[in-house]
Every structure is written in structure tokens, then in C-alpha cells.
Design a protein around this ligand. Structure first.
Ligand code: C5P
Length: 238
């Protein structure tokens, strides 16, 4: 039934919407993404509730601060029971390394499985103009690969990236590296505000390890049917 490569985004701000969707999806989805909107609105209880339902949780809060503060923040989130967490690679090597080390040490001390820690390389919303305005000289794609390699060297488990960058990252970072991709649209589905979309099968065959999918599931007339169709497509790429 469920495929851990599918992460359904809970882009809501009310707990009742979360409960309704998770109940409707039942056993078809075992992994959910909680982002800033939901977490800042309902707080830690959403993670606790999802864990009680036996679900895995990707806590997508994209921490970016000095090493000591980012590491402390990640350890606090880990204690809530998150399965996967993320930080900005642009926080630098020392920040990523300190955070990964402190998270591993804290998990060991607590005797719990260590969550996965992944990095945001360059936000996919940043275009070349934004990029140059920030004084960056490298091409965005080059920067994405460079930051992905830096994240790997710092001991992180993977990156969040556009599916269009997955093949390059896979080539640069090797097999044992998570590539979590949003911007996924099954064929024939509304692209909404995403500008560069990729189908589930294409993203997986290009090297994505997990797909974050929001509106194609939660905004569907029948979310469970939509999830099952996506899972059927994913099943073809193992
Ligand atoms: O509804 P949709 O499938 O477009 O949602 C994608 C999810 O992934 C949303 O939660 C969105 O915030 C997130 N995301 C994204 N692009 C990124 C990073 C995260 O769409 N670069």
C-alpha cells in the first residue's frame, strides 16, 4: 500500500484539515510534510498527532542560523519525533557539520533512531536575476551542485532539490544520498503556481528518492484516489 517515497504535504493552518486529509488517505500514505504555515499555527501537537497515527514526519522548517543555534533548534525538533528535518546549506559548512554532529549525539543519548537531516541548496523560487542581485557569480545549477557536495561532506543525508537538478546531484553526490523533490505533477494535473514541473515517474528515474506532493493530492476531489494513482505510477520505477 504505502510507499515511503511519497511524502504528502500538509499545506494547511488548521488541525481539523490535517485530521480530515490523513484520515481520508488512510494506509495509502505513511509520510507527511509539515511546513512553516502549519507548524507556526498549530505547533508541536501536529507532529505528536501524526506520530500517534504511525506516520513519518518531514518537518520542513528550513533552519538558518549560527551553528550553535541551528544545532539547538534541530535537536529540539528531533525530540518531537520528526523523521526528517532540514537546514539551509547557505548557512555554511560549519553550521551544517555542527548541526549534524549534535543531532547524532543527541539521538544516541536519547536512544532513538537518528532522523535524516537534509539541506536546502538554492530555493527553486530564485531566478537568475534574484541570484545576480545577491552578488552571486556562479550559475545557479553550479551552485546547487556545489552546495549539495558541501552538505554531503558536512555529514548531511541529502538535499531538497528541484527534480530538474536531481540527475546532476546524483552524479555529483553518489548513490547513498537523499534527493527530496517538490514540484511534482502527474500528467494532466493542474500545475498551479509551479513553473517547472516533472511527473512522479520522471523524477524517480532522474534520481529523486522521495517526492513531496501537495495540491495534486490534498486539493483533489478524491484525495485517496489521487494518491493511489500517483503510487501506481511510482510503482513502475523501483
Ligand atoms: O502543492 P505542491 O505539490 O506544489 O506543493 C509542494 C510543496 O513543496 C509545498 O509544501 C511547497 O511549499 C514545497 N516546496 C516547493 N518548492 C520548493 C521547496 C518546497 O514547492 N523549492
Amino acid at each position: 500500500m504505502a510507499d515511503e517515497r511519497l511524502i504528502a504535504a500538509l499545506d494547511f493552518h488548521r488541525m481539523e484539515d490535517v485530521e480530515r486529509l490523513v484520515t481520508a488517505l488512510g494506509d495509502s500514505v505513511s509520510y507527511y510534510k509539515v511546513g512553516m504555515e502549519l507548524f507556526y499555527s498549530v505547533g508541536a501537537q501536529v507532529v505528536t498527532w501524526l506520530r500517534q497515527q504511525g506516520k513519518d514526519v518531514f518537518l520542513d522548517l528550513k533552519l538558518h542560523d549560527i551553528p550553535n543555534t541551528a544545532a539547538g533548534g534541530i535537536c529540539s525538533l528531533m525530540r518531537l519525533g520528526a523523521t526528517m528535518l532540514n537546514i539551509h546549506a547557505s548557512g555554511g559548512y560549519t553550521m551544517m557539520k555542527t548541526t549534524a554532529e549534535r543531532m547524532h549525539a543527541e539521538a544516541e543519548k536519547m536512544g532513538i533512531p537518528c532522523p535524516k537531516l537534509i539541506a536546502v541548496t538554492v530555493l527553486t523560487s530564485i531566478n537568475q536575476d534574484d541570484w545576480e542581485g545577491m552578488g552571486q557569480a556562479l550559475q545557479i545549477k553550479g551552485a546547487v551542485v556545489r552546495l549539495a557536495k558541501l552538505a554531503k561532506k558536512a555529514g548531511l543525508d541529502g538535499v531538497v532539490a528541484s527534480a530538474q537538478e536531481a540527475a546532476l546531484i546524483r552524479e555529483a553526490c553518489g548513490e547513498d544520498f537523499l534527493i527530496v523533490t517538490p514540484g511534482i505533477r502527474p500528467a494532466g494535473c493542474d500545475v498551479n503556481d509551479q513553473s517547472r514541473v516533472v511527473t512522479p515517474a520522471r523524477a524517480l528515474s532522474d534520481g529523486a528518492t522521495q517526492l513531496v506532493i501537495g495540491r495534486p493530492i490534498y486539493a483533489a476531489v478524491d484525495p485517496k484516489h489521487a494518491a493511489l494513482q500517483i503510487l501506481e505510477e511510482m510503482e513502475k520505477v523501483k
